[in-house]
Design a protein around this ligand. Sequence first.
Ligand code: NAP
Length: 288
Amino acid sequence: MTARIIDGKAVARKLREEYASRVQTLKGEHGIDPGIAVILVGDNAASQVYVRNKIRACQETGIRSELFHMPADTPESQLLARIDALNADPHVHGILVQLPLPQHIDVSQVLERIAVDKDVDGFHLYNVGGLVTGNTVFPPCTPYGVQKLLEHENVKIEGQNVVVVGASNIVGKPMALMLMQQDATVCICHKKTRDLGQFTLLADILVVAAGVPGLIVPQMVKTGAVVIDVGINRLPDGRLVGDVDFEGVRKKASLISPVPGGVGPMTITMLLHNTLISAERIAGIIGD
Ligand code: NAP
């Protein structure tokens, strides 16, 4: 068996075109100009790249973005005051604080200060908790992107054995809860899991988000499984790879997402989606 390869770039492009047209409808028919505020504290090089990519994607979709770049020694109180002002600003539909934050700032204080109905990253405790009951205001972008990819590929979730490798708060755990909400039987594995392969072999759908290149090899994958690789790892030779031995596993899986070009393009797309939905709610439109 050779797996079909999911073209995350193409799915993301198609969705972004749809969102761009919905943005125009909001502007033209409702007088609402969807906007996101992005807060970057400090000069972390990777964060600067991520923020630049997010802002570019907003521009391409017609979503207004405003960057608040604050110095690394910004007191926490000043950052919280900035969030309060953005919470109160009716022209701002989404607020994103780029992580990580400098060490002197308490991340949970910051994330919980963001108004739940503007928390387009889905990291506020209310949104995190809402995953348990299926009532988030905004789902977190990366697992939501995986869900959209699976939907796009018509992968049946109900009743399937899903194994999620990685249990972080931003990818693994929310992913597991979202798939459980869709009636999958879900198992979460992490660093302390003994004999990882014993679990991954049971997976009809295997989602890997560990940040360990080559972690999943063909012997750990059930024939015909759907394999979603969330990992992004830069090898010493400069190559970007996921957590899955792509060439080996694609000979065993039925469907597989590559790195790059799989889940990656979907994450920012879901940020656009959440910002758009936030603005559509103001217009009284209840979208997807
Ligand atoms: P993280 O916070 O470092 O969490 C990694 C998780 O994987 C932890 O739960 C860890 O277990 C588990 N893990 C580590 N080594 C393992 C092993 N050998 N076997 C089993 N589990 C193992 O990372 P993250 O933020 O969730 O990100 C995970 C990967 O996804 C990274 O490569 C990251 O770059 C990528 N990512 C991609 C996107 C995207 O847009 N495509 C977005 C976010 C993240 P413990 O809990 O026991 O430590």
